[in-house]
Design a protein around this ligand. Sequence first.
Ligand SMILES: NC(=O)c1ccc[n+]([C@@H]2O[C@H](COP(=O)([O-])OP(=O)(O)OC[C@H]3O[C@@H](n4cnc5c(N)ncnc54)[C@H](O)[C@@H]3O)[C@@H](O)[C@H]2O)c1
Length: 255
Amino acid sequence: MDPLLNFQGQVAIITGAADGFGRLLADALAYRGCKLVLADINEELLAAAVKDLREAGGDVVSMAADVSDESAHKSLVELALESYGKLDIAVNNAGIAHIPGALHTLDAETIDAQFNVNLKGVFLGMKYQIPAMLSNGKGHVLNVSSMAGLGGAPKAAPYSAVKHGVVGLTKTAAVEYGRKNIQVNAICPFFSPTSLLDKGGFTTEESRAQLVMGSPMKRMADPQEVVSAMILMLSPANSFMSGQSVAIDGAMSAW
Ligand SMILES: NC(=O)c1ccc[n+]([C@@H]2O[C@H](COP(=O)([O-])OP(=O)(O)OC[C@H]3O[C@@H](n4cnc5c(N)ncnc54)[C@H](O)[C@@H]3O)[C@@H](O)[C@H]2O)c1
């Protein structure tokens, strides 16, 4: 296999692995020889993902987990170490949307939920993943932020605030652990038609068309395009990229 795409013998944790980007990334990594430790709050979808991956020959273990729960991350890293003896890659991908609304119309529960899952979930993930990578002598953390983590996102203030937080966590961890051979990067995708868009209230063709109207390519990202960029970022050959928050946005941020 091309060394750029060869993940043979590596061990990866993926959170939010039952659906969307996480599910597709599990396929893409397993296909390239990576052993997987998958987590999701949706037990039913997670079990289906594990079944499919195993049937395709993947080496996979899983745990139902809520990323806002600290003990879940501890258990998840323990599962990786017990099952495969090390941790090379961690993708902190689990995330939630909220119903759009101008800042003054949103309630405190919305920002609490965004903070707990989309930001605290990433922080707690790294808190337990990094010590395992320190023992391993190397590692790569990929955090999933968003275009809303690089610029303002009208009607999504809580989401935008916490996704900016993910960028800050990523930069800081990259600087703190650079000398320990641990890379920490973030990916910042533009809108992509996963179930997150439905949960964010974008259920109609019309509402989705509005999302892309102002973008140079006039379309959303295919989820597979986002996952291909994740694979390129995580490639073992991509060993000097760290502290970066990479927009996968069809030139939206180039305006
Ligand atoms: N789809 C987009 O347009 C888009 C754009 C930019 C960034 N993102 C980000 O990409 C990431 C993945 O989103 P997606 O589009 O694949 O969404 P998705 O809804 O298809 O998948 C998200 C997965 O995370 C899981 N999850 C949710 N809350 C969890 C929790 N507390 N603990 C564990 N698992 C949990 C869900 O069950 C689901 O399987 C998220 O962080 C999201 O914010 C998505």
